[in-house]
Design a protein around this ligand. Sequence first.
Ligand SMILES: Nc1nc2c(ncn2[C@@H]2O[C@H](COP(=O)(O)OP(=O)(O)O)[C@@H](O)[C@H]2O)c(=O)[nH]1
Ligand SMILES: [Mg+2]
Length: 218
Amino acid sequence: MVNTRNILLIGRVNNGKTTLGNVICGEDKFVASTIKETQIEEIEVDEIKYKIIDVVEMDKTSRQQILSKLTEISYFVEEGLNQIFFITDGKFTEEEVFVYNLLRTVIFDDNIIKYTTIIRTKFSDFLLPEKCAEDKEKMVKENEEFSDVIVSCNKVIHVNNINENQDKKGLRVKLITHLQTCQEIYKLGNEKELLHRDEKEKREYEARIQQQDNCKAS
Ligand SMILES: Nc1nc2c(ncn2[C@@H]2O[C@H](COP(=O)(O)OP(=O)(O)O)[C@@H](O)[C@H]2O)c(=O)[nH]1
Ligand SMILES: [Mg+2]
């Protein structure tokens, strides 16, 4: 049986989510921004299917819309979430912290931190471990309200995708190898069965799906 792992890409517009999604896929499956819809692409490596979910444009959207998008995502990952890839350029904005806090409180819980990999993009010294460690320290100092996540998350990986020195095939292997080590699946606990808490959101979502179904049928 093919095992499926859901990977959520989150982060501010322009941090490199789409580019990274395409590196993981090994081809340009994800389309660059302007699109507000969530895009999901699947790849299979060594009998494991990775479902990669490129999420919301968090800075151009209202907080209510963000919550609603994340609710949708909690449906996509009902069978469990393998990893959140939080893609950052090193500076975490208020909106990003807001979204992550929604994830760790409303949708999931604090355990989600252990299922989070921070991908620091646009980092030209990615090949130098001591520079990467220095940068991680800098991120911890400069993003006080987010420091617990940076310190306690699964891993921080530094990359530079648009650079001739970053061998994309090598990076893909590195990311897939990392994913292969992420074997545990985070499952929504019973008490989180939908925001599983928020009945209003759930009804709105179901009504929207129903409407789409009606459109398709007519
Ligand atoms: N230098 C550099 N540029 C990057 C990197 N990742 C993405 N970019 C560029 O940043 C811009 C935004 O990337 P994109 O993947 O569309 O970001 P998204 O909005 O988060 O999906 C594009 O022009 C990319 O070419 C990186 O690691 N290094
Ligand atoms: Mg994008």
